[in-house]
Design a protein around this ligand. Structure first.
Ligand code: FES
Length: 230
């Protein structure tokens, strides 16, 4: 099998795999947010940025090729990732201690892995809608990182088109395709894959609160590099 290296470790790959896919198959963790193995790469968050033969590129979109030398966990790449993660934290309302997704949040856990302890940038505290119209789900849009995973899950797995992204740059927003923009009046169902794929805490089930005790939550038990995405 052909191989390339990540931080000097040889990684075998199948033709057609990206660097991130080959790394995941080999059990080597490259921090990432907007990529999920069930879906095609979105390539938007840039957290998976690596250096390939000296050039920076996103590992989720860069094809694996024999002989490549990939740098992943160097100090300067981790520092760049911290900058990106900081921007995500200050752009939304990620109030981790009071968030139900805390301990199971991909953003929080990647930040811990990258050793981001504090944001130096000013928090924006955006005012965005919280949609509590559905009998079983609350959507808190202030936490959305625009990874597009719920959009893809709704379209590709659920066979619907309940969610979409609108706007550009700082004005990008997740919206619901319903006549009045409310979840309750969309085609959304509680069993939709779109509800379970969110890497942060936008989708929260009603009728339960902080169900898993601290110490037993997903990323309390295992660090993010040991867990395969569900
Ligand atoms: Fe590769 Fe987001 S995981 S750009």
């Amino acid at each position: 099998m052909a191989s390339f290296s990540i931080d000097q470790q040889p990684i075998e790959f199948e033709p057609g795999q990206t660097i991130l896919q080959a790394a995941m198959a080999a059990g080597v963790y490259i921090p990432h947010l907007c990529f999920h193995p069930q879906f095609s790469a979105h390539g938007s968050c840039r957290v998976c940025m690596v250096r390939i033969d000296g050039r920076t590129a996103s590992a989720c979109t860069a094809p694996a090729a024999a002989g490549l030398e990939v740098e992943n966990l160097s100090d300067d790449l981790q520092a760049l990732r911290r900058d990106i993660l900081q921007m995500l934290f200050v752009e939304g309302n990620h109030l981790c201690p009071s968030c139900e997704q805390s301990g199971a949040c991909h953003l929080q856990s990647v930040a811990e892995f990258c050793e981001l302890l504090m944001a130096d940038l000013p928090f924006q505290y955006p005012r965005r809608m919280v949609d509590a119209s559905h009998p079983d789900w609350v959507l808190d849009f202030t936490r959305c990182i625009h990874c597009e995973l719920c959009v893809k899950a709704s379209r590709e797995v659920d066979g619907k088109s309940v969610f979409s992204l609108t706007g550009r740059g700082f004005d990008t927003r997740l919206v619901i395709n319903a006549p009045d923009g409310l979840l309750v009046n969309s085609e959304f169902a509680s069993t939709d894959r779109a509800a379970s794929v969110c890497p942060v805490g936008v989708f929260l089930p009603k009728h339960q609160g902080f169900k898993t005790p601290i110490g037993q939550r997903k990323y309390d038990r295992h660090s993010i590099e040991q867990i395969t995405e569900e």
